[in-house]
Design a protein around this ligand. Structure first.
Ligand SMILES: Cc1ncc(COP(=O)(O)O)c(C=O)c1O
Length: 369
């Protein structure tokens, strides 16, 4: 097709994101019943959707012929009180992913660069490539941890964005308050530090207070999502918090109704569902223990995780993922993260985790891991 010659040059080089495979897809490919399949591939909420959010969805169904509030005022107001920020310090997106897109559209172009850790959320690399910006990937420390000192040193004059993913997907590692404070002292103030905190509310360790840097007027933005802790991945809503000046720039590429009506109402209700949040965290703690014990028993290396998933070194992650899928367990191969030997497993219910345990033991018996 001749039109393909006119694709923007950077876009033609982009390797698209590979999401976790849907249950129905795997059922078709492997001749399995969907109800026999366990999906532990996308770090989704273990307890489903917050019950308060479910009720909010039902309550707003009859209003879905209306456009949503373009400014998401009710949600903005509630979050501003909860976070101790002004209402003009928030931006909403169809998932926090959309805010990553706004950041790329506003700050990246050929001649600019991005600094991020190796083995961090792959969307940073994809968006940098899409905008033709250089992607400076900084090697990790032992234990696949972000090396913030090396990241600060990797910043160049043309660098616009530095991504700090905490806890990091897919490694599950957590950076401490002290490390982040040292890092913020080293980063020049013409660089925007993006704290991507998709797992903050369910973090299994001490989550650093990065919002304090926004409040101190440092050049940074904190991204959060309702996808993970509150189980709203399917309706798509996330938000960013930064100075009002920065937020007004990020709002320029935003389309007016990007945060949909159902999502706004469900998010509002979810914020009141602390019971759901606490119950989810309790399940994740048990799951973490289960997987660590399982790996110890099978002598498999793993990275201790502070989020709702775990990285396990099985050898040949692509092959192991396919074999697990044939046994009805969907996990995520880690080749896109240059961790070919590893798989990432999202924490499930005790029953779902047990299904993984049975499958991986079967593969061990057959000498596949
Ligand atoms: C680190 C990180 N950031 C951002 C996202 C995007 O989440 P969402 O767009 O659903 O808010 C994810 C999703 O997996 C993630 O792991």
């Amino acid at each position: 097709m001749k039109i393909l010659d006119k694709i923007n040059a950077p876009v033609s080089k982009v390797k698209p994101y590979q999401p976790g495979r849907p249950i129905e897809d795997v059922a078709r490919d492997f001749g399995l019943y969907p109800e026999d399949i366990v999906k532990l591939a996308s770090n989704e909420s273990v307890l489903g959707v917050s019950p308060k959010a479910q009720k909010a969805l039902i309550d707003c169904i009859a209003n879905l012929h209306r456009y949503p509030d373009a400014g998401a005022w009710e949600l903005r107001d509630k979050l501003s009180q909860k976070m101790g920020m002004d209402t003009d310090q928030f931006i909403f997106g169809a998932g926090s992913n959309e805010i990553l897109v706004f950041l790329a559209q506003v700050f990246l172009a050929p001649g600019k660069s991005v600094v991020a850790s190796a083995h961090a959320f792959v969307i940073y690399k994809i968006l940098s490539a899409m905008m033709g910006a250089d992607f400076i990937e900084v090697p990790v420390k032992d234990g696949l941890e972000h090396d913030l000192e090396a990241m600060a040193k990797a910043i160049r004059p043309e660098t616009a964005l530095v991504f700090v993913c905490n806890p990091n997907n897919p490694t599950g590692t957590l950076i401490s308050q002290e490390e982040i404070e040292r890092f913020m002292d080293q980063v020049p103030d013409d660089i925007l530090v993006v704290f991507d905190e998709a797992y903050a509310e369910i973090c299994l360790g001490e989550m650093p207070d990065t919002l304090s840097f926004v409040k101190q007027g440092k050049t940074c933005i904190v991204l959060r999502t309702f996808s993970k802790a509150y189980g709203l991945a399917g309706v798509r809503i996330g938000y960013g918090m930064a100075s009002a000046e920065l937020i007004s720039e990020l709002n320029k590429p935003r389309q007016p109704f990007n945060a949909n009506l159902a999502a706004q109402n469900m998010a509002l209700a979810a914020l009141d569902d602390d019971e759901f949040l606490q119950d989810s965290i309790a399940v994740y703690k048990l799951a973490k223990q289960y997987y660590e014990d399982l790996c110890d028993e099978l002598n498999l290396e793993y990275i201790p995780s502070y989020a709702n998933f775990i990285l396990i070194k099985t050898g040949n992650g692509g092959d192991v993922t396919n074999k697990l899928m044939s046994l009805g367990v969907i996990v995520r191969p880690m080749q896109p993260y240059l961790l070919d030997e590893w798989i990432r497993v999202s924490f499930g219910t005790a029953e779902e985790n047990e299904a993984f345990g049975v499958a991986i033991k079967k593969l061990r018996q057959e000498n596949n891991v």
